[in-house]
Design a protein around this ligand. Structure first.
Ligand SMILES: Cc1ncc(COP(=O)(O)O)c(C=O)c1O
Length: 490
């Protein structure tokens, strides 16, 4: 089958590249165009739709990167994904039954203090370690603009008292547009809850869909503080191997039958960097639908993809059904702002607001108001574009330096994000003394994270997760030299 150019209709809203991307993606998702169908050539598309070849090629390249199309030499672009007919018929999802009595039962014994083994991060006022993962380039933040926006709202009496527990409405409106356009999230402002960072979003998501003793799944290697949030709620955690280039595999899921939620980072697996291709996403969505298992998509840094534009969200692919989407402003803005968001189906969002009201109350309004303007006045998109280029450059530099100083170490998480994973060479493994290396690095102001901190399933791979965003070329080079010197001395 050949797709006729006439059947491709641009919406007239947003950039031309985005309009074409949407116009091609929509019929694909709705199953209108079958697998194997051929698109018109980029030359025909450009002339029929009155677009430049660059615009057309960029939209096609994004759809190739997301796994919808395949370029075939001499034939053009062919559709390679067919969605199952029942794909959009969501069923089987239930919010957790909150009346569960065991959940709220209190002990009638003598008072006790819960015994947890969750470590608390030591206070490091106003200072981050070099190579510390997760920290954006703080010097590149547009402080002047931010200050101006804060000042604009600082003397508004209305912001002096709390408001909607879901969050400041203009921020939710601006965010909803941004998420629809940039992450293809299926939402409106009534489905968004502004949280104190993605961390709170993950905690609330777990409370929404699971209760004490329930089984939930998360990735390993994975995000330690998610694990803490799940442990704190006494959930039974099972770990899925996420070390491959595509994140967790749908096959591994067939071993699980009674899970309330699967927490995952499909846009950019944390920390190993896998980017989940479309067939894998579809298989996971299908499994989750069959099982009635919620997916909690942690989209903590997907804005920073370097090979192509960010891959569209899993939530959008599911048309918002059965997926709770959690995001953060820690990487795109600053971690200390403590701003994030949770997007949930309407049926859950009221309960999410109740939870936040009970555990925290709403997020400070002044920063929400400044951020709303920052996004709606275009500063956010500009900042993201600038930072994407900067981080891409820093990633390349880090990889070059790693090749120079640590040639026998393997690298992972190279195509996106603010960190890089350095995997220790096999030959070094028997003698690798991770704690001593970390100690030596700390003495010089460096604070990379050991890979073991992210491994919960008994994995043996030794390595380091290094932040590449918040340090200079010279500091990065020196950090890698220190690691190399340790390797050669041991
Ligand atoms: C994978 C992942 N999820 C969630 C978070 C939490 O982000 P926030 O700072 O918004 O709480 C982080 C922070 O580093 C992260 O790396």
């Amino acid at each position: 089958m050949k797709i006729e150019p006439d059947s491709i209709i641009l919406s007239g809203e947003g950039s031309l590249q985005r309009q074409l991307y949407q116009a091609l993606r929509q019929p694909l998702l709705s199953g209108l165009w079958p697998s194997g169908a051929l698109l018109p050539s980029s030359r025909v598309l450009a002339s029929e739709l009155g677009l430049s070849r660059n615009t057309v090629n960029a939209a096609l390249a994004q759809l190739v990167a997301e796994g919808y199309l395949q370029g075939q030499p001499g034939r053009g672009y062919c559709i390679i994904t067919q969605l199952p007919d029942h794909f959009f018929q969501a069923h089987g999802f239930q919010a957790h039954a909150f009346q569960d009595s065991h959940r709220f039962s209190t002990s009638n014994n003598k008072q006790t203090v819960a015994n947890t083994s969750i470590p608390i991060q030591p206070a490091t006022p106003h200072k981050t370690g070099l190579l510390e993962p997760g920290v954006p380039d703080l010097a590149a933040f547009p402080y002047r603009i931010w200050q101006r926006l804060l000042q604009r709202h600082a003397d508004r009496p209305k912001l002096g008292v709390g408001s909607d527990v879901l969050g400041y409405l203009p921020l939710r409106q601006a965010l909803s547009l941004y998420l629809q356009q940039s992450r293809q999230v299926h939402c409106n402002e009534q489905q968004i809850l502004i949280t104190a960072g993605a961390q709170q979003g993950l905690y609330v998501a777990a409370m929404l869909v699971a209760a004490r003793g329930d089984q939930v799944l998360m990735e390993s290697p994975g995000y330690g503080r998610l694990r803490q949030a799940l442990q704190l709620q006494d959930l039974q955690i099972e770990y899925l191997d996420a070390s491959g280039a595509e994140g967790i595999s749908a096959e591994a899921l067939t071993n699980y039958h009674d899970c309330k939620a699967l927490f995952l980072t499909p846009g950019h697996q944390y920390p190993m960097g896998g980017i989940m291709p479309l067939p894998q996403r579809l298989a996971i969505l299908q499994w989750a639908r069959q099982q009635g298992c919620w997916l909690v998509e942690d989209d903590y840094d997907s804005e920073f993809q370097f090979k192509h534009r960010p891959i569209a969200s899993l939530q959008g692919l599911a048309q918002g059904e059965g997926v709770i989407f959690v995001g953060s402003f820690s990487k795109t803005m600053q971690p200390a702002l403590r701003l994030g968001y949770l997007v949930a189906p309407v049926a859950l969002i009221r309960r999410a607001a109740e939870i936040v009201q009970a555990i925290h109350g709403d997020v400070p309004l002044l920063t929400q108001a400044a951020l709303a303007d920052f996004i709606s006045e275009g500063h956010f998109s500009r900042h993201l574009r600038k930072m994407r280029k900067l981080y891409q450059h820093k990633q390349q530099l880090a990889q070059q330096l790693a090749a120079q100083y640590l040639p026998d170490w393997r690298l992972s998480a190279m195509h996106a994000g603010l960190h890089l994973v350095l995997l220790c060479p096999e030959t070094m493994l028997p003698d690798f003394d991770g704690p001593r290396l970390l100690q030596q690095l700390a003495a010089q102001g460096y604070a990379p994270a050991p890979l073991s901190k992210y491994q919960f399933n008994g994995e043996q791979q030794a390595g380091l997760v290094i932040g590449i965003a918040n340090l200079s070329h010279a500091e990065l080079e020196r950090g890698l030299q220190l690691i190399a010197a340790f390797q050669h001395s041991s």
